[in-house]
Ligand binder design. Structure first.
Ligand code: F6R
Length: 367
């Protein structure tokens, strides 16, 4: 039921701390991660000789895949790529039994992703699915299913599906790093600690950003364009934020790798254009600040998203949104919260049906 909320989208955004707790439940133990389905999978197959991993998904599920790629590559000694389902299903590189394919899908019924899975299986590639529906086509046809436990997601826009997918991918990363003796093994204890406070941190993000985002959404009401910029994981987050704003607020929002603006897109920056600058990754922060200064020099109206107390970022932006500091891998989950809320408020202030955006369907069963 909708209980206290006007829309499913807001209800599902607010449910994220609980949804994430369910994703972690019975998997995140004191000093370890155990995913029984993955244990079974490894018993059945010799997977220690994996040479490549591809994470396949569509839309928001592709963005989770891109986050997963960056995280897995830091922890493992294996090349990892993230592919768009509809592209992977028509043209893909070498596929064989040493190539692990991970399919991401909330519904488990997206035709493009099912087609990608069939392709992978045709060449003998083992397939792990991360979905929110156990009995879905992808859940049934994969060799191993990691169920996200997000609970039903009724709004068309994916919100809790996205944050629980990333959470599940991080759990899988930890398991794979151990099984394949990845060079990131010594980074696991710190990551485990951070996962224990993830749900609380998400709750804090909701509380810390909701009012400010509601106000900023009113400001965007007379704007036709909005840019999101970021580097590394923040770039993927920018892509996800732009997609949400396009589908829910019908706002022409575009995401760019922050360092790429000067190679062309900067020509579109005129005084007052809203730019959301994501700066949540400590190792990329100085470069992110330089890129923020570049758009500020063209008089863009910049809203920075960074971790609490980072006054170097707050000094160069027009408005700052603080979120709690957590492990860098978890920041794409935390920083997604204000972007989801922005899409929600920007859609409602324009009077749109945010739960049922025009031209879209929850489950895409055609290719
Ligand atoms: C965006 C959105 C879509 C879906 C995409 C894949 O908010 O909801 O981009 O992420 O259609 O759907 P699933 O995850 O069900 O395969």
């Amino acid at each position: 039921s909708l209980q206290d909320y006007d829309h499913y989208m807001l209800k599902e955004i607010m449910e994220q701390p609980e949804a994430i707790k369910r994703t972690l439940k019975n998997r995140l133990a004191a000093g370890d991660v155990i995913i029984p389905e993955v244990e079974e999978f490894f018993k059945e197959r010799q997977l220690t000789d994996i040479e490549k991993i591809t994470i396949v998904g569509s839309g928001t599920s592709h963005h989770s895949g891109m986050i997963g790629k960056k995280i897995l590559e830091t922890m493992l000694d294996i090349p990892v790529e993230a592919a768009i389902s509809s592209e992977f299903s028509c043209e893909h590189g070498h596929l064989n039994e040493k190539h692990l394919v991970i399919v991401m899908s909330q519904s488990g019924e997206t035709a493009d992703t099912i087609s990608a899975l069939k392709n992978a299986k045709k060449f003998g590639a083992p397939v792990i699915a991360i979905t929110n529906y156990r009995k879905s086509t992808l859940g049934r046809k994969s060799d191993c299913l990691i169920y996200t436990h997000a609970g039903p997601e009724l709004a068309v826009a994916a919100t809790k599906a996205y944050t629980t997918q990333i959470t599940a991918l991080i759990l899988l990363t930890i398991v794979l790093t151990k099984k394949l003796n990845g060079p990131g093994e010594d980074k696991i204890p710190v990551l485990l600690d951070a996962l224990h406070s993830l749900a609380d941190d998400v709750e804090k993000c909701l509380v810390m950003t909701q009012d400010a985002i509601d106000q900023f959404a009113q400001v965007t009401n007379d704007q036709g364009h909005l840019f999101l910029i970021g580097r590394g994981l923040d770039y993927v987050l920018a892509l996800e934020g732009a997609l949400k704003l396009q589908e829910v607020a019908y706002l022409h929002a575009d995401a760019y790798a922050a360092g790429e603006m000067k190679h062309g897109t900067m020509a579109l920056i005129t005084p007052g254009v809203p730019v959301i600058a994501l700066a949540t990754q400590p190792h990329l922060r100085d470069k992110a600040i330089n890129n923020i200064k570049e758009v500020k020099a063209r008089d863009a109206y910049v809203v920075g998203v960074t971790t609490t107390g980072d006054d170097e970022v707050s000094a160069v932006v027009d408005e700052v949104l603080y979120i709690p500091e957590a492990h860098p891998f978890l920041m794409p989950i935390l920083a997604a919260i204000p972007l989801q809320l922005l899409a929600y408020y920007a859609g409602t202030v324009r009077g749109y049906n945010v739960d049922r955006p025009r031209n879209l369907a929850k489950s895409l069963t055609v290719e």
